[in-house]
Ligand binder design. Sequence first.
Ligand code: MRU
Length: 362
Amino acid sequence: MKIEGKEYRTIWFDEKNQTVKIIDQTKLPHHFIIKDIKTAKEAINAIKTMEVRGAPLIGATAAYGLVLSIIEKNDLSYLKKSSEDLIASRPTAINLKWAVDRMMKRLSGLNSDEILKVALEEAKDIVEEDVGFCKNIGLNGLKIIEEIFVKKKDTVNILTHCNAGWLATIDWGTATSPIYHAHKAGIKVHVWVDETRPRNQGANLTSYELNEEGIPNTIIADNTGGILMQRGKVDMCIVGTDRTLSNGDVCNKIGTYLKALAAKDNNVPFYVALPSSTIDWQIKDHKKIPIEERDSEELSHVEGLDKDNKLQKVLIYPQKSKAMNLAFDVTPAKYVTSLITEKGICEASEQGLKKLFKENLL
Ligand code: MRU
């Protein structure tokens, strides 16, 4: 997708320097900085500090992190340690483990002469596959937006939470891909962008990337969606997910659940867009999903541009107050209208997923 009219992806391998290039998302929207990741440790740090974020993108970063680990030291025990540290770097989004497991399976049994070449091929395959998946999610989700547009004959208002845009993937995004496809098809869309406290991925990233693609959008405080739905200002919600269980329960950015409850109360359809790499086929009970608890400083401090155009972080809470910062919640399947996947649209249930992905069900 585009930034200032130029096409970018969120991550790519620099063949000449044998490094991985990323867009440092901690500096967006104020500064667009491309950063070199040179070692597995730097890849782990980029994931932890959220220079890269979003379930599919952290999976791709982990895959390239293993490539970098082999470039640094072509040694199996070092590769194994890198794989464990990568998986541990962010626990909730399943794509991270999915990508590392896929890479390690592909690399097992290879000798040191061929391992780097194969690792790089596999990491690139993961990236290309995600681009294809996100594109298909968009084409499938486009049908839903088209249907609303045909009935309404006016702008389709879509609410989204967090950033499940192209910045969270490699290209297109998950939740945003149907929106980008609708826009390209000439359908009038407007996006209500939840700010998404505490890290403001909605305001800082979703609104930013929609602006760059020329898609009308309005940032709202996280608690505003309810009244907008009561007053008929939201035609549909689309969110992404960090881990969806085979029973259709959806783990996503904190606050998604409350938005789904409001949608249900107001008969607003609530869609979840996801590639199959985000499905956890093992865990059956959402209480077993590891929910990341992040530093409370993300709540107590905010960062923005000061009057000299410098990024500054300031404390906004009482000095003595404690804060607790859970990063994700779970929306039970019964509140999800449908899942939009690369293979089609299905009910958020085991039967629904089975129809599309029967080979994965245990
Ligand atoms: O903590 P983040 O910014 O990595 O959380 C991202 C989200 O919750 C996204 O909605 C989710 O990963 C889907 S991304 C296509």
